[in-house]
Design a protein around this ligand. Structure first.
Ligand SMILES: [Zn+2]
Length: 272
């Protein structure tokens, strides 16, 4: 079943988590309901894509109001398609929220068990990964494009949870809206990198469709990596939403030819 439910035109939430925890904000923004124009028309969340900075700020304030989570408690990252995950605290709230320059440097994953901080990361086709350990209320968010995926950012996040004394078998995960295999054709270089995770027990996450051209299923590859890292199959759900197929809901880097806006994944505990 699709784990994401549309709440307002501006965002979707992870249904089974937010219904169990009313204090938890967890979901993904859409491109709708915002103030950006031109290539970025709508609710662009990215400061770094040459959109008007005031429009982006207005979009962010608008979504903050919808989520009932003050923008001064958001945290954002300078995402570099690497596998650095950072433990953050409520003291970090506001970094990267109002302008790009204060973003958490060189980071593609956040985790915390603090209240009053909203983890956010930007996307336009890359895969949003969400992690939850219910007992300790530890939450994590990661950005997995093909590089982050093949270099194992999912495994890195699970290792970070392990370092906090949390067993992988107790971690729940969600793989969010991102580009589907039909929309994501890559070359040999990417597929060779993906072969790092080759496992004869599961089908390959890619299929050759013409000489040197492959459809790559990044969601499936992340699922495989999570399971190999100890996440139980029953604790892992995948969104069917494709950012490229759903032009009415999402920006897509591939579909829009590189010049487009960004959605955010978000996750945070509201202060009780
Ligand atoms: Zn698609």
């Amino acid at each position: 079943m699709e784990p994401f439910t549309k709440q307002t035109k501006e965002y979707l939430t992870i249904n089974h988590w937010v219904s169990d925890f009313p204090q938890l904000a967890a979901g993904f923004s859409t491109k709708n309901g915002g103030f950006s124009d031109g290539d970025f028309t709508g609710l662009n969340m990215g400061f770094h894509v040459s959109d008007d900075q005031q429009a982006v700020l207005k979009n962010r304030e608008h979504l903050a109001g919808k989520l009932d989570f003050s923008l001064s408690d958001w945290i954002g990252a300078d995402q570099t398609h690497e596998v650095n995950v950072a433990k953050v605290t409520s003291k970090d709230g506001g970094l990267g929220a109002l302008q790009y320059e204060s973003s958490f440097p060189q980071t593609d994953g956040f985790y915390t068990n603090n209240q009053g901080i909203l983890l956010t990361l930007c996307y336009a086709d890359c895969v949003p990964l969400y992690f939850l350990h219910r007992q300790t209320k530890t939450i994590g968010l990661a950005h997995a494009g093909w590089k982050g995926t093949v270099h194992g950012i999912a495994e890195k996040m699970i290792a970070a949870f392990n370092s906090e004394g949390i067993a992988a078998s107790e971690v729940e995960a969600v793989i969010g809206p991102s580009i589907c295999k039909h929309c994501y054709v890559v070359d040999d270089r990417v597929v060779k990198a993906a072969d790092r995770w080759k496992n004869d027990d599961v089908p390959a996450p890619y299929k050759e469709i013409s000489e040197g051209q492959y459809q790559l299923d990044l969601k499936q590859l992340n699922r495989q990596i999570m399971i190999q890292s100890g996440i139980a199959e029953k604790n892992l759900v995948i969104s069917n939403y494709c950012t490229s197929c759903n032009a009415d809901l999402f920006y897509s880097h591939r579909r829009d030819g590189g010049k487009t806006g960004r959605m955010i994944s978000f996750m945070g505990w509201k202060e009780e």
